[in-house]
Design a protein around this ligand. Structure first.
Ligand code: KG4
Ligand code: ZN
Length: 327
């Protein structure tokens, strides 16, 4: 069964084709990062309009790489969480395409999509396992008892981990998206500043707002010139604290639940320092390749396979679900 997966939940217009939920055939992503860079974050109205412009060429090239629409059996599309206008652009497109081609269309939870990216790996984790999901909008730990069975262990009380990277990057005068920019700068510096590790040791909930404020206060204390001179050290210190909390809690969840496998997914999972830290634990770590960590269509197609098995056809009247949850 071949599924075309579409994602327009945030600032990537993405389409991918996956066979039987596990074999990646094509994966095409048009990033809007440059469009939003000067604003320091995603501007929802601009994102929706850009999806309108990018969807046709992105879907066309994902289908071309898969030998055309003829071999596709179903369409899967993200219904949430995400930006309402952006989600609706993708859902409307998916419905129209599916209607014209007489294909079923399945609604996918974007967070299950990030988890399903694991199924596209050559050797995915077998359940049960603990999953750390860290993106620009979400940060959560799940106990995955099986595909479709996600027990939420804890999530963030305020900012998401990726959001913290984006906000701190902006503070340090770096472009959006902040994750890759901070990681690059951090490689040139040392974690010389001891920033707080909020909520460390306290359950499986996260909090990143205080860490961002601590960086802002340090920048103020140093003054503009000195902060600019110490930019790499500030980036490295923030990264150390942020991914330190993620790794500690994820490894502790494995220990408490007696799980021997840990999966790390979502945009922030591309971070090498995070991968290194979780790699030091006593568990087997599973992390999709970087191109499957950030938003993409293949992960939605992979999750679409699970949604299809559960019979989750997208209702003709179904609205977008901007704050959909998982687990
Ligand atoms: O999963 P994703 O592509 O989109 C959402 O669902 O939000 O995640 C995007 C987030 C952004 O906040 C970005 O700054 C962060 O992932 N990110 C990173 C890295 N690459 C992307 N954070 C830390 N280190 C990275 N290398
Ligand atoms: Zn995402």
């Amino acid at each position: 069964m071949r599924i075309l997966g579409l994602d327009t939940s945030c600032d990537e217009t993405a389409a991918g084709v996956v066979e039987d939920g596990v074999r990646l055939i094509s994966n095409v992503v048009a990033s809007q990062a440059q469009l939003h860079a000067s604003f320091g974050g995603v501007v929802p109205e601009l994102a929706s309009r850009e999806h309108e412009v990018n969807l046709v060429p992105v879907v066309r090239s994902a289908l071309e790489a898969a030998g055309g629409l003829a071999g596709v059996n179903a369409v899967a599309v993200t219904v949430g969480p995400g930006l309402q206008g952006s989600l609706l652009v993708g859902m409307t497109f998916a419905r129209a395409l599916a209607h014209a081609a007489a294909l079923p269309v399945y609604g996918v939870n974007h967070l299950e999509g990030h988890l399903a990216a694991l199924r596209l790996m050559a050797a995915p984790p077998g359940a049960p396992f603990v999953a750390l999901l860290a993106t620009g909008g979400h940060t959560a730990l799940y106990d995955v008892a099986g595909w479709g069975d996600y027990g939420l262990l804890g999530d963030t009380r305020d900012d998401a981990a990726g959001e913290a990277f984006d906000k701190v990057a902006r503070l340090l005068g770096m472009p959006y998206p902040g994750g890759p920019a901070i990681e690059r700068a951090a490689a040139e510096g040392a974690p010389a500043f001891g920033f707080p590790r909020p909520m460390s040791g306290r359950g499986f909930s996260f909090s990143f707002a205080g860490l961002k404020t601590a960086v802002a206060l340090k920048v103020k204390e140093l003054g503009e010139e000195e902060a600019a001179r110490r930019r790499a050290d500030l980036a490295a210190s923030f990264q150390e604290a942020a991914v330190g909390v993620l790794a500690d809690k994820a490894l502790r969840a494995c220990e408490n639940l007696g799980r021997g496998r840990l999966a790390v997914v979502g945009g922030v999972a591309a971070n090498e320092r995070l991968r290194e830290m979780v790699g030091r634990g006593a568990v087997e770590v599973f992390c999709p390749p970087a191109e499957l960590c950030g938003d993409n269509g293949a992960m939605i197609a992979a999750a679409g396979f699970l949604a299809a098995a559960r019979g989750e056809l997208l209702d003709a009247e179904a609205d977008a679900a901007p704050s959909a949850r998982l687990g």
